[in-house]
Design a protein around this ligand. Structure first.
Ligand code: NI
Length: 175
């Protein structure tokens, strides 16, 4: 495991549509190394999740959860640690809810972003096993945020009310 540099907004590598994980990579040493690096980097930065493109790896891999209560999102429910490769997201209905998001690639800022409230996601774990999960609320938000990274989308693009986008310490001076 190694602590990796987190790319910041403005780096073109964050804007790529990432490549699917090839069959040969599931269960490999290379996959285990990538997951280890993502986990160490996410924990060091106290993130709720991280996507491979954020450390410059052009693959459709995200990890999230497993960190207990997140200091950056103290009111959010705990999310189990998940490795999600080649994901497919399917909203269960059209209900959107607005919530605050931050991103390790956009340090110091927060924005209010509409996301689907309920969705089903499917994909493969690090060993290649297929799985399906039905989630809502904060868990659904985190999945949508992380999977957006795989399509080169950073959350500021999804902020609709620009009065609700700014520096965390200015928006929330009591935090
Ligand atoms: Ni992010």
């Amino acid at each position: 495991m190694a602590l990796r540099e987190i790319l910041r907004m403005g780096d073109g590598r964050l804007l790529r549509v990432a490549q699917p994980v090839p069959e040969s990579m599931f269960g490999s040493a290379g996959m285990n190394e990538l997951i280890g690096d993502l986990l160490e980097t996410m924990k060091a930065a106290v993130g709720a999740g991280i996507a491979a493109p954020q450390i410059g790896v052009d693959l459709r891999v995200v990890i999230f959860g497993g960190t207990g209560k997140n200091a950056r999102y103290p009111d959010a429910p705990e999310i189990p640690f998940t490795v999600l490769c080649n994901p497919l997201l399917e909203p269960l209905d059209n209900e959107l809810s607005a919530g605050w998001e931050g991103c390790l690639s956009v340090p110091g800022l927060r924005g209010e972003v509409p996301r689907y409230e309920r969705l089903r996601y499917s994909g493969r774990d690090a060993a290649g096993a297929e799985f399906v999960c039905v989630v809502d609320g904060f868990h659904a938000r985190v999945v949508q945020h992380e999977v957006d990274h795989l399509d080169g989308v950073l959350y500021p693009r999804r902020v609709e009310d620009m009065t609700k986008f700014g520096f965390t310490d200015v928006l929330f001076p009591t935090l």
